[in-house]
Design a protein. Structure first.
Ligand code: SAM
Length: 277
């Protein structure tokens, strides 16, 4: 593990951000749970529910790290497909046993209904940790891992139904370029969804949140991952990130329509959504 200097962190260049995530990759999931007291799981669930993907959806999860959004997506489409099969059986009680058996076999041989998710991340250590986790948790079908920069995605135009970026966009050096790339790789009709730390409007909560972020998180970083500076960077990057309305305007500038956002926990995080129409 290489130490990153405080001055370099303040500049937030691509190389430095790479170093931060290389340093935290192995402990990333443990740290996520301890820093957010497990709430990041709920936020990610809400993101995937909002997406409400149907079987057949092609998703790219940019800055996808260790696969949290991808795994949730796969679980979600699998459960939608199971529900569809059960409904079909319930509503067609006079199906022959051959038809029932055919539906079951189709479902069993293709539980995702051709859905796919591509996890794209700039950091090979994060992808390595993600692949290891996928193997451990038994995810393989419909899942691929691609090394790539959000600002210059290694994908063709008009390829994906949905683009997600969770807790990733604030680490991107040129957010405008990342948004343009999101627009380019989405199919017409495709949806952009961004889950990110944002700005708390309630003054009392904001004060408490500041205390927690600046006093507790770097200490947790030091104790759990032996890395105070990287976690201090993460906290500072949250404060520097544009507030809800500003990000909304940036998403519109990239060409997205019907852009809106939903605050979660008084704006500690927000989900921005937009469509390529
Ligand atoms: N999305 C995952 C999650 O929610 O758990 C990981 C989020 S983690 C805080 C941020 C991720 O963004 C890291 O894996 C980092 O490598 C990645 N990242 C930073 N800059 C990037 C860029 N320009 N392009 C793609 N990924 C980037």
């Amino acid at each position: 593990k290489r130490r990153v200097s405080g001055k370099a962190l303040a500049n937030g260049s691509v190389g430095v951000i790479y170093q931060v995530f290389e340093n935290v990759a192995e402990k990333y999931d443990v740290m996520n749970d301890s820093m957010s007291l497990g709430i990041h799981r709920v936020w990610k669930d809400i993101l995937v529910h909002k997406m409400n993907p149907s079987p057949g959806t092609l998703l790219v999860d940019v800055a996808g790290g260790t696969g949290d959004i991808a795994f949730r997506f796969l679980n979600y489409v699998r459960s939608v497909r199971e529900r569809q099969l059960q409904q079909k059986l319930r509503h067609h009680q006079n199906l022959s046993w051959q038809e029932i058996s055919k539906s079951y076999q189709e479902e069993k041989s293709n539980p995702l209904g051709d859905s796919q998710v591509v996890v794209c991340d700039i950091n090979k250590e994060m992808l390595k940790a993600g692949k290891k986790r996928a193997q451990h948790l038994g995810y393989s079908e419909g899942l691929s891992w691609v090394l790539g920069n959000a600002e210059e995605l290694p994908f063709d135009d008009d390829k994906f139904d949905v683009y997600t970026i969770a807790f990733g966009i604030r680490n991107v050096t040129r957010i405008d370029l990342a948004l343009q790339e999101a627009y380019r790789v989405l199919k017409p009709g495709g949806r952009f969804l961004c889950l990110e730390f944002s700005h708390v409007s309630n003054p009392l909560l904001s004060r408490l949140y500041d205390l927690y972020s600046f006093q507790v998180i770097p200490v947790l970083g030091e104790v759990i991952a032996g890395d105070w500076k990287s976690y201090q960077y993460l906290v500072e990057s949250i404060r520097r990130f544009p507030p809800q309305e500003e990000l909304k305007a940036m998403i519109e500038d990239a060409g997205f329509l019907k852009v809106d956002y939903q605050n979660l926990n008084s704006g500690i995080v927000a989900i921005h959504s937009g469509f390529k129409l």
